[in-house]
Write a protein that binds this ligand. Structure first.
Ligand SMILES: O=C(CO)[C@H](O)[C@H](O)COP(=O)(O)O
Length: 221
């Protein structure tokens, strides 16, 4: 079993009967979703809130009942992946382009668990370019301001076209190389008109389940 599968499947053991569960996006939480689907087939009663169209499709294909965020008072537990995380459980997310819905769902969740392989754990954030979701209008200007903040920005593309998020926006990947002050950077980026949100997740996750070789390690706040 690889590290992603180990971490992803372990996280499913935190899901309990009757919960509303935020279902993250990506190749690690994929394993969580498959495991939850198996548990549902064996009688577990949960409702999922998907963080992306991709996850919605996966969950429905595997028989997990879903509900819209608007229809729940809160989410008991969200399980999601990360592109980088440090020992304070500050995360960089958005490698899959789902950062906005992921953050909205994390915000409305009582608990959040992160699942990742060992390569995602870093002492200094920022080697992974920070994804920033921007509205299409005037995006080149928004990109210029991001560059002035000290990063090398590049507009994300897919199959020779600009990548479009589930919300109809673009993603600018900002190579900062190092992010020593995540809270300050988070605030500064989100103040730029045209920016919808960025992939820094600060203060959401309380536990990380990391696949490490053939074992699992935990990071907790
Ligand atoms: O933030 C994300 C999607 O927007 C993913 O959770 C993140 O990219 C990690 O993905 P993976 O588990 O495939 O490495």
């Amino acid at each position: 079993m690889n590290e992603k599968q180990l971490a992803g499947e372990k996280a499913a053991s935190y899901v309990q009967d009757g919960m509303v569960v935020g279902l993250g996006t990506g190749s690690t939480v994929y394993w969580t979703i498959l495991k939850i689907a198996e548990m549902v087939q064996n009688g577990l009663s949960i409702t999922g809130v998907p963080t992306s169209k991709e996850t919605e499709k996966l969950a429905l294909e595997h028989g997990i009942p879903l509900i819209a965020l608007e229809e729940v008072s809160s989410i008991d537990l969200t399980i999601d992946g990360a592109d980088e995380l440090n020992d304070e459980l500050t995360l960089i997310k958005g490698g899959g382009g789902a950062l906005l819905r992921e953050k909205i769902i994390a915000y409305h969740s009582t608990h959040m668990i992160v699942v990742a392989d060992s390569s995602k754990v870093v002492s200094d954030l920022g080697t992974f370019p920070l994804p920033v979701e921007v509205v299409p209008f005037g995006y080149q200007k928004t990109l210029d301001v991001l560059q002035d903040m000290g990063c090398e920005p590049s507009i994300r593309s897919k199959n020779d076209s600009l990548f479009i998020t589930d919300n109809g926006n673009y993603i600018v990947d900002c190579a900062f190389r190092s992010i020593p002050y995540p809270s300050t950077l988070h605030e500064r980026i989100n103040q730029i008109p045209g920016v919808v949100d960025n992939g820094l997740f600060i203060g959401y996750a309380e536990k990380a389940i990391i696949g490490n070789g053939s074992t699992i390690t935990f990071l907790e706040k």
